[in-house]
Write a protein that binds this ligand. Structure first.
Ligand code: SOE
Length: 369
């Protein structure tokens, strides 16, 4: 285990706060405390020592890195306050609710020379890193087509509810921001190509949901709770055509209403000399397609654990956090970071803006960088 001396504080007591705390413990980073929506919630979480609030945490000089794991609408103001207090920041996606906010965060981190990261964790599956290496080595030839999707089912019933459904808390794009951003980040990471323009169709298939009057944890169902009929404006499904700057074309399907699809991200590349397919629900295997030779299924060989000893979701956070704390230990923000940064958070905000525009106008939209 590396000997990291930098210490952390976490904002957020939900699913992501717990994932970050566990990952930091695994790499030997001390979590000095946690900030919740109330001091009582911070104490009840049992993750780390509770702070009374943001102010107490930001004034704690022992904290070097702040992990922003709160609901989306709080990311901007909390990340900005942390940067201004001189802390390095690891932020859950989305970085912010608008491109302007994401840009301000990116610029502030840059000006202050602070390490900044956004948790596009799928890059850290060893086979995704291998896929990126295959593409950049030229083994697949020119990538011509990128297809796939990200399908989930945890919002497929009209009784399913979560704060992400409320645009004031989650943002005006839901499947695109919550899971589409993971796919788009991964597609660019693996292909080395950026999205240039998009044509999007967004649909809300469950326009009225029964919202429980108390809050519901991500991926869980409200049981025996009083509910209130609530109109939903954010999309349940999305179909998006993509044009990449390296010439590739893409087709992406997104949904949070696909029964049986739990966390089903798939990425399929067709290159001039070979193809590749990888999926998040079976992340230890990758399919490599050949025209003239038999196609192959590759088993992971690189990584923290020997092949056959499954590596998965928590390990991606461990790898991301390890890269970030290595940068923090070096004393300055790296010029060529080996982890996703606020630049990548801004990139997804800009693509999201183009997707929303395309859906609204029912025409192709360019990503305005
Ligand atoms: C819910 O859709 C969610 O937890 C996302 O918010 C995460 O980013 C993704 O990893 C899994 O699904």
């Amino acid at each position: 285990m590396a000997d990291f001396t930098a210490a952390a504080a976490i904002i957020g007591t939900g699913f992501m706060g717990r994932v970050h705390a566990e990952s930091l413990a695994r790499i030997g980073v001390r979590v000095l405390g946690i900030v919740g929506s109330t001091p009582e919630r911070a104490a009840a979480a049992g993750i780390a020592q509770p702070y009374s609030g943001m102010d107490e945490m930001l004034a704690d000089d022992r904290v070097n890195v702040v992990h922003v794991c709160s609901p989306n609408h709080l990311h901007y103001e909390q990340a900005l306050a942390a940067l201004r207090a001189g802390k390095h920041v690891v932020c859950e996606k989305p970085l912010a609710m608008t491109p302007a906010e994401a840009r301000e965060l990116r610029d502030t981190a840059r000006e202050l020379g602070l390490v900044n990261a956004v948790c596009f964790i799928n890059r850290f599956y060893p086979l995704c890193q291998q896929a990126a290496a295959q593409v950049s080595s030229g083994a697949l030839g020119a990538v011509r087509l990128v297809t796939g999707g990200y399908l989930q089912d945890w919002l497929s019933k009209d009784t399913d509810w979560n704060w992400r459904l409320d645009p004031r808390l989650g943002g005006s794009l839901r499947v695109v921001g919550d899971i589409g951003s993971h796919w788009l980040d991964l597609a660019s990471y693996v292909t080395g190509q950026r999205v240039e323009s998009v044509m999007a169709d967004l649909t809300t298939t469950i326009p009225t949901r029964h919202r429980p009057l108390r809050s519901v944890e991500t991926f869980t169902q409200a049981v025996d709770q009083e509910t209130e009929p609530t109109t939903v404006t954010t999309e349940d499904i999305a179909g998006i055509l993509l044009r990449f700057d390296g010439g590739a074309r893409g087709v992406l399907s997104l949904s949070q209403v696909s029964p049986g699809r739990k966390n089903n991200l798939t990425l399929d590349l067709s290159g001039s000399d070979g193809s590749l397919n990888w999926g998040l629900e079976n992340p230890e295997r990758m399919w490599i397609g050949h025209r003239d030779d038999p196609s192959q299924i590759l088993m992971r060989t690189e990584g923290d654990y020997p092949p056959g000893h499954a590596q998965g979701y928590p390990d991606t956070f461990k790898a991301l956090h390890h890269a970030v704390y290595t940068a923090v230990a070096s004393g300055e923000a790296p010029t060529e970071p080996d982890f996703p940064t606020f630049d990548d958070g801004l990139e997804q905000a800009l693509i999201g803006e183009a997707i929303a525009q395309s859906a609204r106008l029912e025409q192709w939209a360019t990503v305005e960088r």
